[in-house]
Ligand binder design. Structure first.
Ligand code: NAD
Ligand code: MG
Length: 390
């Protein structure tokens, strides 16, 4: 039976890997919607090739370009944030949520409201609005399947297990581009240097977040929101080879580790084929050749963002939205050359402290509107801090 699928963030790294898997087995899938941003040529080419019903660009100013690129194809064109949400309401069996940033939240929620299975790469959704996302899924009997490699690994290690028997969850981190740099060089790290990941080939933003460990901070919060586990049951372990993605520790002392190649097509393919396992075009690991795997505890002086994740989980409420909004804006400023690499964490910590003290903000209900408000205030606070320091 063919399955109706949509891919949000189709032109990005996760989106292109998802398309790679779908295009290998065209008879199994009918593509409903593909969405992208500025890369109109890629979006249109994929929509034509896969016979999509609809292509949406996030930028309203690019609608005519998209229309022109799709001329004669029969693929509908649309643009803008509201069109993204409408596309998520189109009947589908499976939707990949792979927009980068908080912009992925509204389409993901809309998909869940239709009861659609949501393959979730967009970790920012869970960080900013975890309780809302999980409650919406429950209410509409929709399933969220994790795509982040660590969370897919945990999900797989938990098959057939009882959460009550889980003592701890360990997520691994490669340590990013600067894991072996002297600490005093980090402040001067450039955008180009931060954009090289030792093991994974990913979008630029998540690659820089891996170097600063903001990515792991988001993933710790994602673990808490998705699996409902207490903050002190979540550990981060530096594992430079990135072959063990996560481990689940049970009350009898057993540790179930998920081992696999550093290729996102595994986690994407697992979510695409779930609950079955099917052949995937990923490397089969030769452990004898690999020889050894290494582990070490994370150094909090090198990775202060990890402490911020603990702070966010302690505070709760809208602090995840504040944290993520501040992080996204600080990252924009780093990429634009307006903020140093290590300044990103300092700025985000300042925003979290200031806005947490603002009465009423944190305790407001987690709704789409309140997340947008917290996100906006956090971004504004980052801009204010940068302006003051200029
Ligand atoms: P990417 O930058 O390569 O692609 C992002 C996609 O989102 C593109 O299609 C882009 O056009 C679209 N987009 C960007 N801004 C948008 C906006 N404001 N509105 C709508 N669409 C917008 O990113 P990526 O590396 O593929 O990551 C996508 C998501 O998956 C992120 O949440 C990331 O944290 C998560 N993730 C990625 C990887 C990976 O291997 N790349 C691994 C785990 C999790
Ligand atoms: Mg990950």
């Amino acid at each position: 039976m063919t399955r109706r699928v949509s891919i949000f963030g189709a032109t990005g790294s996760i989106g292109q890997n998802t398309i790679d898997l779908i295009a290998r087995d065209p008879a199994r899938f009918q593509v409903v919607a593909l969405t992208g941003g500025q890369n109109i040529a890629q979006l249109a080419a994929d929509a034509r090739r896969l016979g999509a019903e609809l292509a949406v660009t996030a930028d309203p100013a690019r609608l005519e370009d998209l229309r022109a690129a799709l001329a004669g194809s029969g693929v509908e064109a649309a643009a803008g944030p509201a069109a993204l949400v409408e596309a998520a309401a189109r009947p589908a069996d499976w939707i990949m949520s792979a927009i980068v940033g908080v912009a992925g939240l509204a389409p993901g929620l809309k998909a869940l409201e239709q009861g659609t299975t949501l393959a979730l790469a967009n970790k920012e959704s869970l960080v900013t609005a975890g309780p809302l996302l999980m409650a919406t899924a429950r209410q509409h009997d929709a399933r969220i399947l994790p795509v982040d490699s660590e969370h897919s690994a945990i999900f797989q290690a938990l098959v057939g297990e009882d959460m009550a028997a889980v003592e701890r969850i360990v997520i691994t981190a490669s340590g990013g581009a600067f894991r072996d740099w002297p600490l005093d060089r980090l402040a001067k790290a450039s955008v180009a240097e931060a954009s090289c990941h030792p093991n994974w080939d990913m979008g630029q933003r998540i690659t820089i977040d891996s170097a600063s460990m903001f990515n792991k901070a988001l993933e710790v919060i994602e673990t808490r929101e998705y699996f409902g586990i207490a903050p002190d049951q979540i550990e981060v372990l530096i594992h430079p080879e990135s072959l063990i993605h996560a481990l689940v520790g049970f009350r009898d002392g057993a540790l179930m580790a998920h081992v696999g190649p550093s290729d996102m097509r595994h986690a994407i393919g697992y979510a695409l084929n779930w609950p079955e396992r099917r052949d995937l075009p990923v490397e089969r690991l030769d452990l004898a050749r690999i020889g050894q795997l290494n582990f070490r505890a994370p150094d909090t002086a090198r990775y202060p963002a990890l402490d911020l994740a603990q702070q966010v989980m302690r505070i709760g409420g809208l602090s995840g939205a504040i944290f993520n909004g501040a992080k996204e804006r600080a990252l924009d400023a780093f990429i634009a050359g307006r903020l140093g690499f290590t300044d990103m964490t300092a700025v985000v910590a300042g925003v979290l402290d200031r806005l947490s003290a603002q009465s009423g903000l944190l305790d407001a209900e987690i709704t789409l509107d309140n997340v947008a408000r917290a996100d906006h205030l956090a971004r504004q606070d980052v801009d204010d801090q940068i302006a003051q320091n200029c």
